[in-house]
Design a protein around this ligand. Structure first.
Ligand SMILES: [Cu+2]
Length: 112
């Protein structure tokens, strides 16, 4: 039989695992010099702290995705068609995501 300490450990472990399972991955594609979800332009997206967004270049153009927002500063490597990069958003706040090459590309990620 497990003693109390051991069973507490397993309860804590299970709680930790369930938190990890709840974190979601969102896919944003780059297409026609737009950020898109399901082939439609997306300009704002609500996610939760801990979620990951994967940016997939499906375009014939190069893209360099970045943000200078306080909640998540990042700059992804320049990507060509078929390449993807992921960002995990750990802090709550508004993250304005842009492309260094195409200044019309913009999506606001609201981390709740
Ligand atoms: Cu671009």
């Amino acid at each position: 039989m497990m003693n109390n300490k051991t069973s507490l450990f397993f309860v804590a472990l299970l709680m930790g695992v369930s938190v990890i399972v709840q974190a979601k991955e969102f896919i944003i594609t780059e297409n026609d010099r737009q950020f898109q979800i399901d082939q439609k332009e997306v300009t704002s997206l609500n996610i939760r702290a801990g979620d990951t967004v994967t940016f997939v270049n499906e375009d014939k153009f190069l893209h360099t995705v970045f943000s200078t927002s306080e909640a998540k500063k990042f700059k992804l490597a320049r990507s060509s068609n078929g390449e993807s990069h992921s960002v995990t958003f750990d802090k709550k706040g508004t993250v304005e995501v842009e492309c260094k090459i195409h200044n019309s590309m913009y999506v606001e990620i609201n981390v709740k």
